[in-house]
Design a protein around this ligand. Structure first.
Ligand SMILES: O=P(O)(O)OC[C@H]1O[C@H](OP(=O)(O)OP(=O)(O)O)[C@H](O)[C@@H]1O
Ligand SMILES: O=c1cc[nH]c(=O)[nH]1
Ligand SMILES: [Mg+2]
Length: 209
């Protein structure tokens, strides 16, 4: 199962700060972006490089490494995925953004899709799907199904916190897609919330709690 739990001390420290009860909207937002940035660093480790010759500071030629120019799209899942977007784009400033909107029906826990605006040439792009929470996995599976249907076949998932139930479901539906997370938490409660989790990430990012 391609699950990557990022144990880096900065990641673990920042995630710990996010778990505090009563955290401000400002701090939660800042930390979501900082973690989005650090997870992007981890999720792009296999991006291909190619040598390129430039003129160095003293005029002599130097061979440097450049990214091979693979097209990338970041796919934030509305709403809460927007909370990681700035951090992800901090490392991938030229990436196109494909916004998808899904919310979870809080009674049935089933995802409801309401928006989709994908970048062009999606089938040639590496997609980084971002959402702070992977709970039952329903939202993520619906998003991955949709991206694959559009021909996208290099997809990575970046979440701040994942529940074991959701990871199992996503991995069963899309076994080849890697999941990068700052934490694999303990379980889902009776309302489908991750424990210990972060609470409602969308509400905390947008200040709507
Ligand atoms: O794994 P699942 O059980 O499907 O749940 C996870 C989804 O739930 C949350 O979104 P929510 O429905 O609260 O929408 P929001 O981002 O607009 O708040 C979260 O940001 C995920 O998208
Ligand atoms: O724990 C959870 C589960 C779904 N959505 C959230 O925002 N948090
Ligand atoms: Mg929400």
């Amino acid at each position: 199962m391609p699950l990557h739990v990022i144990e880096h001390p900065l990641v673990q420290h920042k995630l710990g700060l996010m778990r505090e009860a009563g955290i401000s909207t400002k701090s939660f937002r800042e930390l979501a972006n900082e973690l989005g940035n650090l997870l992007t660093y981890e999720a792009t480790q296999d991006f291909a490089l190619e040598p390129h010759q430039i003129k160095g500071w003293d005029g002599t030629p130097v061979t440097v490494q450049r990214l091979q120019g693979k097209k990338v799209t970041v796919v934030p899942i509305l709403r809460a995925g927007i909370g990681m977007l700035e951090g992800v784009l901090g490392l991938l400033p030229s990436a196109k953004v494909s916004v998808v909107g899904l919310y979870r029906n809080e009674e049935t826990l089933e995802p409801v899709a309401y928006f989709e605006k994908l970048a062009g040439e999606i089938s040639q792009r590496t997609a980084l799907v971002i959402d702070p929470m992977l709970a039952t996995g329903g939202t993520m599976i619906a998003t991955l199904d949709m991206l694959k249907q559009k021909g996208c076949n290099d997809i990575r998932v970046l979440v701040l916190v994942a529940a074991p139930e959701g990871v199992e479901k996503v991995s069963a539906a899309h076994p080849e897609i890697p999941i990068y997370t700052a934490a694999l938490d303990d379980h889902l409660n009776d309302h489908g919330y991750i424990v210990p989790g972060l609470g409602d990430a969308g509400d905390k990012i947008f200040g709507t709690r």
